[in-house]
Design a protein around this ligand. Sequence first.
Ligand code: ADP
Ligand code: MG
Length: 685
Amino acid sequence: MENIKLDTSVQYLKGVGPKMFELLNKLGIYTVRDLIEYYPRTYDDRTKILNIKDFIKDQNALFIGKLIKPVSVIYANRKKILSTVIVDENGDTALLKWYNQVYIKDKLKEGNIYLFYGKVTATSTTRACVESCNIYNTADVDKIQGLYPIYSLTAGITQNYLFKLISGLIDKNIMLNEIFSTEFRKKYELAEINYAVRNIHFPKNYDMVKLSRDRIIFQELFLFQLALLNMKDHNLVTQKTNEYSNLDDSEFLKIIPFELTNAQKKVVAQIKNDLSSNIVMNRLVQGDVGSGKTMVAAITMYLAVKNGYQAALMAPTTILANQHYLELSNYFKKLNINVEIITSTNTKRQKEKIIERLKNNEIDILIGTHSIIEDNVEFNNLGLVVTDEQHRFGVKQRMKLSSKGNVVDTLVMTATPIPRSLAIVLYGDLDISIIDELPPGRKPVETYVVNDNYNMRVNNFLKKQMNEGRQVYIVCPLVEENEDLDLNSVEKLYEEYKKEFSDYSVGILHGKMKNKQKDEIMNEFKENKINMLISTTVIEVGISVSNATVMVIENADRFGLAALHQLRGRVGRGSEASYCILKSNNKSAISRQRLDIMRKSNDGFLIAKKDLELRGPGDFFGIRQSGMPEFKLANLLTDTKILEKTQLAVKEVVSEDKKLILPQNQMIKKELLFKYGDQLNNIVG
Ligand code: ADP
Ligand code: MG
């Protein structure tokens, strides 16, 4: 086909029929660009020409030898076996064999020297033997020597097939477009894009691989950061307008029923520092489940109100928003601070009323779910935005809330520890506070890992606990992120448990229920009218019922460890001993290893770190939730050096040409729109 472009479908390439097209699709390859960006998983090293004495059994070898016998053919087991013997420079000999490839007989001549590549099946201690070698002219040695790509395959597609398709394109110089100017590349020490593409597929050595990979990773991270910055409508002027003249929180501290932990005090001090500085606050508070993040948020909101600003607290679920509202309004009432809640359960009229009062500055603190960021919600004088359990929100949602104030201070709270390098990428230049201490008197949740053989014992234990007045959570297994299936499985589980526990009051809670229904069930559970609650992960975030002492998690191996830890945080909130029972019939080593971490540790940071090691960041954050892209090559956890470089580069480009209007940035803009166009709001374009 003539005129192949990057967006040309691969079905128009030579060698791609309907069947192969379908198989390529399976690998995520639809267009020529996809094919070019289908980078090798690893390489087969054919850089060294080996001596026969250095052959290693079962490994491939590239070697030069002179034929000292003509090729002979024998028939055995209905196969034609061709063989010959070669000698190398050192005088060592090796036996070469082929099966059924009779043409080899005419190809190789006794006395001639050839270059061979094949798999060593025996080494020289007995008699070196190499099977099914490729045969090359020694004159071509430069062309043949190098690293050969190994691609991830699917049944029906071979390495050779992909090699031919991709090298066909590259030989025709069909590669990616260069998006960086020569000066830019020089400054950031980047290889030219076509060099990188060619040499990531067909490098001569590992230095070339590194240069090429670095270039491609740089581009991926650069565009990602640029897109994020764009989504944030990033204001490089962070000079703030809010003034905090009074940072005395003693009045508030007097009404709460406990003393702050040292860690909470430390973080509050950091926040006060932010508030009184002339730079806008942009702070992430990380703290394990139960470390008391809400109180830190409450104090910050108190200070905002005291200094004449409104504050907003956004929570990921109605249940959690309600819970915050109940706890906080209780405190703030005593100080004559007006707290209101807005969620999707409000009627239109109720909402209108809240919005009216908000505009008139009759509400000081607004707590809510996504409803807070609806377009018609207007504040009078918003000064502080707090986002709880930030990992549940996308970047866009958070930004939208911030944009409701002039230059607002923001505080994001999370129980999910994020490595610093990643945090910078996701949130830009933000400061991180860590609450590394739990309030006193907390007992660790005793955790057990069991299989189905223990069902009876587990059930008896649950009955015993409930007979003593305690309450129990049963968490339903995740079913492949499919809500309908989840629903199915939670209802099935509910029926089973109701049968087994017919003497107890058993409730059910899942995401498909109406918010009002959910609240009713949660309230009944809080009031101990329900002994046992069968639930999906809607209870994962932040719910607090101190009389619940046992959590059973069905098919625990299907959850991420961070999620298990969050779930487990729902128990152990009172003075009674509490238990978490992880059910799993999965016998795989990795699954056992993961659940074992849960059994041994109650430290969310440690658990998260191990989980990252075992599963990688994509899984961990939930790509959909946090808007993390899947990169072709880049890894946010390990490519930190490049990340630092792209951070600088993005800043430079944006500070000079925020809207990407300059001619040298046109290709960058085009590629940015191609990769992230549907996610960008405004600036570019
Ligand atoms: P998380 O960090 O998981 O959001 P919460 O803010 O929900 O934790 O706090 C968990 C529980 O600990 C709440 O019931 C809260 O009232 C209580 N708490 C918070 N700080 C303290 C403290 N300094 N001393 C005792 N209890 C505290
Ligand atoms: Mg919380």
